[in-house]
Write a protein that binds this ligand. Structure first.
Ligand code: UD1
Ligand code: UDP
Length: 385
């Protein structure tokens, strides 16, 4: 049987977490010759994911530098991809989401006239500047891609608004596939403080914050609000694994250091992160991935952004958009920490993003597209757990 040569391309932590289960699925199936190229837009945070999923890339562009600019990342990825694509000559390149790696990977494949599949397609805020630069990255990739793998039905509707209607598949999000392999009942953390926390009698709040559009004043507002929450509620413990971006490191340490119940840690590996999320009381974040994972684990999320491209969990009632103003964040967190009814209303498992079979559907769609099977893949239908 002719094998379809599929190259997965990714470079940052969230892309790696969401592409790893897909790379493994492709490697497992006889229809594919699976190869993997990492740009290493992130270095340590990428390597941590590669280790956990035991993925060994065939190509590693190793492009990361401290405080890298968007132009440098894009240019280095494009240059690096040239040689890789010339040598490997895949039948299909798969990119994920909306990072600089995603955009450059898709563009490089297009320059080499290689078809592109876009995983996590169709997310939109319709605001060019937020998230920055991700909203434009995903629109550009949407116009380059030949196959579009949408997590949800509303993502497909977004693509239709841009007249993209061909080869669009609703698959669910591969992050739910990943989540199903990481959360276990008795988990021992390697960060000792996480083993010592009292998850039953204390309210553990998991925090992350890293987005570029939040650099500066918004991040100051967020950090100040977090400290006020810790001060006002002695029954809380805040755990914030700080992203390695020097801008984020500086802000987090400036505003949150030296508080007995605020714990700034190094980035957690993905198993530690998912198991911490499964045990915490509340999530406060500007992360995209956490907005998808926490609802599946029944944890309320306060989104520290002005908009979200993930409205499904807002509709399901487990996520609230609070913005980046100090007072708004403090007030909303205070409500959830003091009002049981409000909290309980949000704390139910909702899973609008996937059922754990997204990777299988994506692989099935590819075999169908390349004429190796006769039926299109079944679509993911949103359901509640
Ligand atoms: C990138 C993505 C963003 C995604 C985020 C996930 C773009 C434009 N942005 O943003 O969509 O939400 O990743 O985390 O692609 N660093 C290290 N080691 C690492 C990782 C990062 O030192 O393992 C530091 C470096 O100094 C680097 C900086 O973090 O220059 C910023 O990384 P970069 O990939 O440029 O942007 P992110 O803000 O991480
Ligand atoms: N994550 C992790 N360790 C951390 C912080 C996040 O493993 O210390 C995981 C998280 O569970 C999710 C993904 O990284 O799967 C989200 O990445 P990030 O927030 O960096 O990017 P975004 O999703 O906002 O693009």
């Amino acid at each position: 049987m002719r094998k379809i040569k599929v190259m997965t391309v990714f470079g940052t932590r969230p892309e790696a977490i969401k592409m790893a289960p897909l790379a493994l699925e492709l490697a497992d199936r006889p229809e594919f010759e699976a190869i993997c190229c990492v740009t290493a837009q992130h270095r340590e945070m990428l390597d941590s994911v590669l280790n956990i999923f035991r993925l060994k890339p065939n190509y590693d562009l190793n492009i990361m530098e401290p405080r890298q600019t968007l132009s440098t990342i894009t240019a280095k990825c494009l240059n690096g991809m040239d040689g890789v694509l010339e040598e490997a000559r895949p039948d299909l390149v798969l990119v994920h989401g909306d990072t600089s790696t995603t955009f450059a990977g898709a563009l490089a494949a297009f320059y080499h006239k290689i078809p592109v599949g876009h995983v996590e397609a169709g997310l939109r805020t319709w605001d060019k500047w937020s998230p920055y630069p991700e909203e434009i990255n995903r629109r550009l990739v949407g116009s380059i891609a030949d196959l579009h793998f949408c997590p949800t039905a509303s993502n497909r509707e977004n693509l239709a608004r841009e007249d993209i209607r061909k080869n669009v598949f609703i698959t669910g999000n591969t992050v739910i596939d990943a989540l199903q392999t990481t959360v276990v009942k008795d988990f021992t953390f390697s960060e000792e403080i996480l083993n010592q926390l009292d998850y039953v009698n204390q309210k553990v709040i998991l925090v992350t914050c890293h987005r570029r559009e939040n650099y500066g004043q918004p991040m100051t507002g967020i950090m100040t609000a977090l400290r006020r929450v810790a001060d006002a509620f002695p029954g809380t413990e805040l755990v914030y694994p700080v992203h390695l971006s020097p801008v984020v490191q500086e802000a987090a340490h400036r505003y949150l250091d030296n508080h007995p119940r605020i714990h700034l840690t190094a980035p957690l590996d993905v198993r530690e992160m998912h198991n911490l999320m499964a045990r915490c009381h509340l999530v406060m974040t500007d992360s995209g991935g956490l907005q998808e994972e926490a609802p599946a684990l029944g944890k309320p999320v306060l989104v520290l952004r002005r908009e979200t491209e993930r409205p499904e969990a807002v509709t399901a009632g487990t996520v609230r958009l609070v913005g980046v103003e100090e007072e708004d964040i403090f007030q909303m967190a205070s409500t959830l920490l003091s009002n049981h009814a409000e909290y309980n209303q949000m704390a139910h498992a909702a899973n609008p993003y996937g059922d754990g079979h997204a990777c299988r559907r994506i692989a099935d769609a590819i075999t169908w597209h390349f004429g190796l099977c006769e039926t299109p893949p079944e679509e993911f239908m949103e359901h509640r757990l």
